[in-house]
Ligand binder design. Structure first.
Ligand code: HEM
Length: 411
């Protein structure tokens, strides 16, 4: 049932040569990055046992899948059991450990989807939604300060069937069958505790910066995506932008996690493809081919809005100018790790394609404020947010035997 609902990945679009993910699992820097070894563009295996969940700073990968669930557990002890089971399975999947064979007569422990394929790296990230903090589990007093259900934002037509959820799983791999295999193992491990809410699979070119100063990833508007991201290889910067810290006024259990904004954004690609290149570039504020800002030459050039107060070079309502007016420091920023989707045709035979926008930020207000500034932008004529939600990515579980969310449900 679940898999058919989530089907629709344009599998042919994901097979290209990968770009590079640094050996430490972090995105390489934008500038001065040395050319990378060929073939090293795939998901790099990372240990589940880490202070931060390892799938957050990496990617987006060639194949991605996001799935939200409702929790059926009747009490907090049962929820703790589900989080423990999911964590153990994530650990096994990310480490490449096979499950113990099922006893004779029982259903097999694995779907066999990847039988004979050898080690298939995968990264899984687990997040919780605002609804988990309702009165079912007595967690209301432990909710991250800014976590609310995602209300209707600019230009939204949210479909309740594709919005919110108690838990969110984000899977990244080199091939869609690895994502599907991972999802099957996770739902099996959770037993009947999780009811699928919605899912979306998709694809990307492994995130940014294939070669020095060039982003390879493009979204379905044909523009490079990820250029303006902060450098995920800079740990101090990630502490400012992404990771919730001890002095942030958040519950103690939440330290080391991060807010996640997910937006399923339909892109009206047929209309876009009938729009002139000049108009497209003015909507975005960047050159389509090179990714350079309209007042620059190279992708890595930083736009100088202060020199262009009337928007003669970069329109005042260009997407990148509104999204990041470059008037504030990195602590106001976000790390975007979205991926593309193509789910066939809609009821009117229109191409149902879009962007799974995913951003991580230490303060959800950063996302909200950017979204507020984007209200009414010319790009809205080509986009329609239809689902997603706000979530909180759990801190990592570095200690053997520990599990994701342990501090939340046990403390
Ligand atoms: C509607 C679908 C969207 C599309 C197709 C889209 C596309 C793009 C593109 C092509 C860029 C320029 C390249 C880059 O820096 O990555 C960009 C930049 C950016 N976008 Fe979006 N975007 C979308 C929605 C959003 C939303 C919802 C937000 C946040 C509320 C957002 C925030 C940003 C930010 C912060 C930047 C970087 C600007 C900079 O630092 O110069 N975008 N986007």
């Amino acid at each position: 049932m679940f898999l058919s609902a989530g089907a629709g990945l344009a599998a042919g679009a994901v097979g290209g040569a990968g770009l590079v993910t640094a050996a430490n699992g972090a995105t390489p820097p934008h500038q001065g990055a040395p050319p990378q070894a060929p073939g090293n563009g795939r998901v790099v295996p990372a240990s589940f046992r880490a202070a931060h969940q390892p799938g957050i700073l990496t990617g987006p990968a060639l194949a991605c899948l996001v799935a939200a669930f409702h929790c059926r557990d009747r009490n907090r002890a049962a929820l703790a059991g589900t989080l423990r089971a999911l964590s153990a399975e994530m650990d096994a999947l990310m480490t490449g450990r096979d499950p113990a064979p099922a006893p004779a007569g029982q259903p097999p422990a694995d779907s066999s989807l990847l039988l004979g394929q050898g080690r298939q790296p995968v990264l899984v990230t687990l997040s919780v939604g605002a609804s988990l903090f309702d009165d079912r589990y007595g967690l209301a007093g432990r909710k991250p300060a800014e976590l609310t259900p995602m209300g209707a934002l600019a230009n939204d037509r949210l479909d309740p069937a594709r919005t919110h959820g108690d838990l969110l799983v984000l899977i990244q791999a080199d091939h869609p069958d690895v994502c599907v295999h991972t999802l099957r193992r996770l739902t099996r491990a959770a037993g009947g505790s999780l009811a699928p809410a919605w899912s979306q699979d998709g694809f990307a070119r492994p995130d940014p910066v294939a070669m020095a100063g060039a982003t390879g990833n493009r979204n379905l508007l044909g523009f490079k995506d990820g250029t303006g991201n902060p450098d995920a290889a800079n740990a101090a910067l990630m502490d400012q932008v992404v990771w919730v810290g001890a002095g942030d006024g958040e519950p103690e259990w939440a330290v080391g996690g991060t807010y996640v904004a997910v937006r399923l954004i339909r892109l009206f690609v047929e209309r876009w493809d009938r729009t002139s290149l000049t108009a497209q570039e003015r909507v975005m504020g960047r050159r389509k081919q090179s990714g350079a800002p309209l007042d620059g030459q190279k992708e890595t050039d930083v736009p100088r809005y202060a020199d262009d107060p009337d928007g003669e070079r970069t329109p005042l309502d260009a997407h990148i100018r509104l999204a990041n007016p470059r008037t504030a420091g990195p602590e106001k920023g976000m790390l975007r790790k979205g991926f593309n989707y193509a789910r066939g045709l809609d009821a009117d035979a229109g191409l149902d394609q879009g962007l799974v926008f995913v951003s991580y930020q230490r303060r959800l207000a950063n996302f909200r404020q950017a979204q507020e500034r984007l209200k009414g932008e010319p790009m809205e004529a080509f986009t329609r947010p239809e689902g997603g939600g706000f979530f909180y990515a759990l801190p990592g579980a570095p200690d053997p035997g520990g599990y994701l969310g342990q501090g939340l449900v046990e403390s």
